[in-house]
Each structure stands twice: as structure tokens, then as C-alpha cells.
Design a protein around this ligand. Structure first.
Ligand SMILES: [Zn+2]
Length: 106
């Protein structure tokens, strides 16, 4: 019998963490500002944190993420720059396609 479905992480990996961030971009399509929720998952590599007491080398990583303009209903790509270090490696970057409407029309 074949197993189907998703493979669940047992949490044994440890060290994973997700950051959530809200980014505001000036839309090139409708020229309004839109807010999107960005999630960055990093893997913390234990033991590298105190790597000989040397300062960590930061690497700038660039990600292009497609988002949806709620006004024109068209997609556009926004460039995202994140900082990566040897002990906290970026695993995955995801962005909500739709605008974050948490506190719209205040
Ligand atoms: Zn727009």
C-alpha cells in the first residue's frame, strides 16, 4: 500500500523559525500603496553562532515576488532584499498575493 498525502514534520528538525513582515509598496500599475504580508522561513544552524568568535558575514539575497494589485487585478513583481547569515540561512520566502487588509478604512 502506497502512502499518500503530505509528509508532516515531527518538529525534530528544530531551529526553524518564521518571520512575518508587512511590506508597503508603491504599485507601478495604479500608483497607490499596497501592503503585503511577507513570510521568511530561516533555518538556524546551531554551533555556527559562535564560530570562532568571528563576526558573521552577511549576504544580501534578492528575491522577486509576484503580487496582485487589488485595483487593476494584475500582477506585478516586487524586488525584496533580505539579509542572510551563515547561522541563519533563508529557507523559503513567501508572500501573500493579495493586499493585507487588516486595518483598511480606518
Ligand atoms: Zn495597484
Amino acid at each position: 500500500m502506497r502512502e499518500s498525502g503530505t509528509v508532516k514534520s515531527s518538529g525534530a528538525r528544530g531551529g526553524d523559525m518564521a518571520e512575518e513582515d508587512t511590506i508597503t509598496v508603491r504599485c507601478p500599475l495604479c500608483h497607490n500603496e499596497h501592503r503585503y504580508e511577507l513570510r521568511v522561513r530561516r533555518t538556524t544552524i546551531m554551533g555556527l553562532t559562535f564560530f570562532g568568535g568571528r563576526p558573521e558575514v552577511e549576504t544580501k539575497r534578492h528575491y522577486d515576488q509576484a503580487v496582485l494589485c487589488p485595483v487593476t487585478n494584475e500582477r506585478f513583481v516586487i524586488p525584496i532584499t533580505l539579509t542572510d547569515t551563515p547561522s541563519t540561512r533563508i529557507d523559503e520566502v513567501t508572500i501573500d498575493l493579495s493586499e493585507d487588509e487588516d486595518d483598511a478604512d480606518d
